[in-house]
Design a protein around this ligand. Structure first.
Ligand code: CA
Length: 221
């Protein structure tokens, strides 16, 4: 299941670059550019983690953090701040931010911090999922079948991971759509079937079973 990130960043090019890069890394990203939108999204969409820029057009990022902490004391928040603003880090950490990153930063650095927070959340208790003849590494996103590497798209990967983590249970088409697509994203009506078709081509027809009228499952090994 991809970690659901709320990205609060008002710089359009940075925001779209980050959204794309993080989506490619297997995160589900919801982007807003204002503090009020961020607070609404925290309340309504329940993200797993917030990436918060401090300089927002309508609100001070610290006020956003304060308000988040009033309602959601456990929600991890990673602050993005300008390079020279050391006092910002201190204030941010005092206010309950879980981590901070100075701009400009490398996407790999951000991803590494997110993985640490993800592990702390317990959503990634182990980095390797091994089941049937499949080995899936959630840190490197590498998938192997009988030791041989298999190239999957991001969504195929996410779908396989969800099915493996829920082995023995049936995942409905709706629940798979929720895992594969960001909030508000257009989804073609046959999108899930198409991904399943590709996964079967790459991994063999036997692994993923269709449960007619309900969804898909991978049996418990
Ligand atoms: Ca800004």
């Amino acid at each position: 299941m991809p970690m659901r990130l709320l990205l609060v960043e008002d710089n359009p090019s940075l925001a779209s670059g980050l959204s794309l890069a993080l989506s490619n890394k297997g995160f589900s990203v919801n982007h807003v550019s204002r503090g009020q939108q961020a607070l609404a999204a925290v309340e309504n969409d329940r993200p797993d983690l917030v990436i918060l820029d401090l300089g927002l057009p309508d609100m001070d990022g610290f006020d956003v953090l304060r308000k988040i902490r009033q309602g959601e004391s456990e929600l991890p928040v990673l602050i993005l701040t300008a390079r020279d603003a050391i006092e910002h880090r201190v204030t941010g950490l005092d206010l309950g931010a879980d981590d901070y990153l100075c701009k400009p930063f490398e996407i790999e650095e951000l991803e590494a911090r997110l993985r640490v927070l993800e592990r702390r959340l317990g959503t990634a208790s182990t980095s390797k999922i091994e089941s049937h003849n499949i080995s899936l590494d959630t840190a490197t996103l590498e998938v192997r079948q009988d030791g041989k590497q298999v190239d999957l798209s991001r969504r195929e990967y996410t779908m396989l991971k969800s099915l493996l983590l829920n082995a023995g249970k049936v995942l409905t088409r709706d629940s798979l759509e929720d895992k594969l697509y960001s909030w508000g994203e257009e989804v073609a009506s046959n999108a899930i079937e198409v991904h399943i078709h590709h996964l079967r081509k790459k991994l063999g027809a036997q692994l993923i079973k269709t449960v007619r009228g309900v969804g898909y499952t991978i049996e418990k090994p």
